[in-house]
Design a protein around this ligand. Structure first.
Ligand code: ZN
Length: 368
């Protein structure tokens, strides 16, 4: 099985010509559609390699099919790798050079339309990590996101999924207001460990509501025509900083927890069972009367968590399955459970009783 992971790196804007990258992206869009357009004033080498990618159409390199003629299409690029021991792989003339001896990435003629124009960026630790795990970076992409230039690197690795040891790691993805719950079921079919992973919600709330409050104040100033005063500008900056804080905190939380769970699965040689039923979570968030802005962030991060988890499990060869695990149906007799205060669930039919977050674990025990 071929596993892939990707990372995007922001490129120095002062060293990149955004218009040039825009043109390359337009050409990539045409190439994807099967057209070959040779533009006289762009480097031949870059155009040659663009059309050389035609055979990879539909693969990750081209990403998903651009939706329209003017859709932004990232430009696929070949790489040349120079390893610490001096060995080399790839096309010597590739526009992206990953030099592990000097720990830099050299971008040749993709940032500016000038002969021999090179941008050098430090080698990200992420790349060194993936290489040390046996991965290879055959492809890169350059493109614009919100008009900022970025380089995307795609690591590839051949993996054989491990044979599960009998342990199961169950991951129930709620929508962050209750966090992610994980459980370990041992080979004797017992729930050996069980714990919620919860972000610091009070912290998020504080930042979120402070940002909302300031945003309202800013709106009032704007309506009075005072939106270019220093006071308004200060408010706008503060709102932006607070919102960024919420995102950064959750992003970091998602990354760390996903990684921890993957490491746990590797240690136990477990089969991972994921319930990513986000519809139920969405309903739960609605019931909690969360403001829609915060609800959106929580759901987006929950989705990102599932995606990250799956990508990393594939990368490390951990087998996983998506399975619907219920938290409001009785795992014994399948009747609807009743919720008592303190998120305790009981079955009025057979007497089953468990904390709400643990019910999915009982469902997972039944999966063989
Ligand atoms: Zn029951």
């Amino acid at each position: 099985m071929n596993a892939r992971r990707a990372i995007i790196i922001r490129l120095p804007k002062d060293k990149c010509d955004v218009d040039y990258i825009t043109r390359l992206m337009a050409l990539a869009n045409l190439a994807y559609r099967g057209f070959e357009v040779w533009v006289p004033d762009l480097p031949k080498a870059i155009q040659h390699q663009l059309y050389g990618f035609r055979n990879f159409k539909g693969s990750l390199v081209f990403g998903t099919k651009p939706k329209g003629w003017l859709a932004k299409t990232w430009v696929p690029l070949k790489t040349f790798r120079i390893y610490p021991d001096g060995s080399r792989k790839g096309d010597r003339h590739a526009p992206v050079v990953l030099d592990f001896r000097s720990n830099v990435i050299r971008l040749r003629q993709v940032c500016k339309n000038e002969p021999r124009y090179v941008v050098i960026i430090p080698m990200p630790k992420w790349v060194v990590g993936r290489i040390s795990e046996g991965g290879d970076i055959k492809f890169a992409m350059i493109g614009l996101k919100d008009n900022e230039p970025y380089l995307a690197l795609v690591a590839e690795r051949e993996v054989e999924p491990h044979v599960p040891s009998g342990y199961r790691l169950v991951v129930d993805v709620n929508a962050w207001s209750n966090g992610v719950v994980y459980g370990i079921i041992n080979p004797n079919n017992r729930i050996a460990e069980y714990s919620p992973l919860r972000p610091n919600l009070r912290l998020i709330d504080t930042w979120y509501y402070r940002a909302e409050g300031l945003h309202k104040k800013l709106g009032r100033l704007k309506r009075l025509g005072l939106d270019s005063t220093p006071e308004a500008r200060r408010l706008a900056r503060e709102v932006k900083a607070l919102r960024r804080k919420v995102y950064a905190y959750l992003r970091d939380f998602v990354q760390k927890r996903a990684h921890e769970l993957v490491m746990k699965a590797i240690r136990l040689r477990a089969l991972v069972i994921i319930d990513d039923m986000l519809e139920e979570s969405r309903r739960e968030l609605l019931e909690e009367k969360l403001p829609s802005g915060l609800r959106k962030i929580y759901l987006a991060e929950a989705r990102r968590f599932v995606k990250l988890l799956a990508t990393q499990l594939e990368w490390y060869g951990v087998p996983y399955r998506f399975k619907r695990l219920y938290s409001s149906a009785c795992p014994v007799c399948h009747r609807e459970l009743t919720q008592l205060p303190g998120r305790i669930m009981v079955c009025e039919n057979c007497g089953f009783k468990a904390p709400r977050d643990m019910v999915p674990m009982y469902w997972a025990v039944k999966i063989h």
